[in-house]
Design a protein around this ligand. Sequence first.
Ligand SMILES: Nc1ncnc2c1ncn2[C@@H]1O[C@H](COP(=O)(O)OP(=O)(O)O)[C@@H](O)[C@H]1O
Ligand SMILES: [Mg+2]
Length: 253
Amino acid sequence: MESALTITNLTKRYDTGTEALKGVSLTVPAGELFALLGPNGAGKTTIISIVTGLVTKSGGSASIFGFDIDAEPERARALIGLCGQEVNFDPFEKPLDILVNQAGYYGIPRSVAIPRAQRLLKDLGLDDKSGQIGFRLSGGMKRRLMIARALIHEPKFLILDEPTAGVDVELRRSMWDYLQGLTKEGVTILLTTHYLEEAEQLAKHVAIINKGEIVANGTMEEILALHDPSLSTGTSGYSGGKLEEVFVQLTKD
Ligand SMILES: Nc1ncnc2c1ncn2[C@@H]1O[C@H](COP(=O)(O)OP(=O)(O)O)[C@@H](O)[C@H]1O
Ligand SMILES: [Mg+2]
C-alpha cells in the first residue's frame, strides 16, 4: 500500500506551554478519503499545519508520498493542496485572479493557469463569480473558492480543514459529490470535519484524536464496530448515527 502521508510520533508543544500533540502516528493510504475527527482543540489543525510547513513540530517525523518534510520540504509541499480552516484570501481580489496568482507561486505560467482556473471555477459552480470581488461571495462560495485555489497546481494530496463548516446542507452534499469525484481521479484527501455524517458517508479510513492523542484509527467498519449499544444515548443528531455515538464515547472526559 502506497501512503500519501505518514506521521510518526509527532509532538507539538506551543510556546504557551500547550501540549497540542502528544506522540501522534498516522498513515493516510494513497487514493482514498481519510477523515480526521476530534473535538475542538484536539490537535487536528496543528497536525495539518505541521505537515504543510506552517508550524514547526517539537518532535517526530512526517513524510508526503515518501518525501520527508524536513529533508525534502519543497518536494513534499509541492504535492499538497491546502484548504485551511480560516478563509484567508484577499477579499478585494477577483476569484480568477486569486487562482491564477496562486498558480504563480508554483511556477505555472498564466497561459496554463487561466484555462485551468476557469475550469475549476466552473466545476465548483463559481464561474459566474470569477470577475466578482471575493467579499461579495457567500460563506459556501468562499469555501469552494478555497478548494479551487488548493487544486490549482493539481496536487496529489488535498488537505481540507473543516471545508464544510457553515455550509448549508444542500451545498454540503454537492461538495461531497465533488470530493468523491476527485478521489476517483486519484487524488488523496485528508478531511477534518465536525459533521460526523459527512465522515461516515465519505471516508474509508477514520482516525479520532482527543487532547493530542489518537484514540481510534481504522477503517470505517472497524470504527463503527467499536460502538457499544449499552452506552447508547439515543441523542444522535441523525438516523443511524453510530459514528457519532462512538465519537462521543471515545472523546468524553
Ligand atoms: N498558535 C498557537 N499557540 C498556542 N496554542 C495553540 C496554537 N494553536 C493551537 N493551539 C492550542 O493547541 C491545541 C490544539 O489546537 P488545534 O490544533 O487548533 O485543534 P483542532 O484543530 O483540533 O480544534 C488547543 O489547545 C489550542 O488552543
Ligand atoms: Mg482546527
